[in-house]
Write a protein that binds this ligand. Structure first.
Ligand SMILES: [Zn+2]
Length: 220
């Protein structure tokens, strides 16, 4: 917004504080003293667990789930580099499912957030829109929490979700796409600029969805 501070991030804000600061030290020779970095160990959301109904010691089960999830993420990266998106998708799903069944890591947990991002990527690569939509939806709240109010990653997230909902075709999803694309335009105007081709493309898509939606309402 005009006159307000535009923060710039040197690191991936979806990483946990410890990793962000390792990167800062390695690449920029400083460590961050911002409120978030100083208090992140007190915040529970990047490390949030679902419930305590896990057999045995919860702490041991959580660290086991985190390690397993981290190994899975490495496998996903590897499959992504090889372009084997089918295998990548099933690795994402089995990683989420094995933790979900054990009821351990929350959707806001940093391992879950990274796994969901990989799932969206793989699902889009093979054209599985329902899976891409489902995982994208789960990402909205954690992304809002971890990123700044206006952030290019958030802008692209809303745009992607709006596009996915548009191609799905149902009237309910079309209405949802209007909602997501409205968020996308609002973000893109700040992160990319009002005249940027991506912003204009999002705006055009939003207007198309609105027109199509009112056309369908008039026909019923
Ligand atoms: Zn910081």
């Amino acid at each position: 917004m005009c006159g307000s501070i535009a923060p710039v991030s040197y690191v991936d804000l979806l990483d946990i504080g410890e990793r962000r600061n390792k990167t800062l030290l390695r690449s920029y020779c400083f460590q961050c003293g911002c409120q978030r970095c100083l208090t992140e160990m007190d915040l529970d959301s990047p490390f949030a667990t679902l419930c305590a109904s896990v057999e045995g010691s919860l702490a041991a089960s959580v660290s086991e789930a985190v390690e397993k999830g981290a190994r899975s993420l490495e496998k996903m990266e590897d499959l992504r580099r090889k372009g084997d998106y089918e295998a990548m998708l099933s690795e994402c799903e089995s990683s989420l499912h094995s933790r979900g069944a054990a009821c351990i890591l929350h959707d806001f947990h940093h391992v879950t957030v990274h796994t969901l991002r990989q799932l969206v990527y793989a699902a889009i690569a093979i054209g599985d829109w329902p899976k891409a939509i489902e995982a994208s939806r789960k990402l909205t709240e954690p992304l809002r929490r971890y990123l700044t109010e206006f952030h290019p990653v958030l802008a692209v997230h809303f745009l992607r979700l709006g596009k996915l909902l548009r191609v799905s075709g149902s009237t309910t999803q079309l209405a949802q796409s209007v909602h997501e694309l409205t968020q996308a335009v609002r973000q893109l105007r700040v992160t990319h600029g009002a005249g940027h081709p991506t912003t204009l493309q999002a705006l055009e898509m939003l207007q198309d969805s609105q027109c199509e939606l009112s056309r369908r309402h008039n026909n019923t």
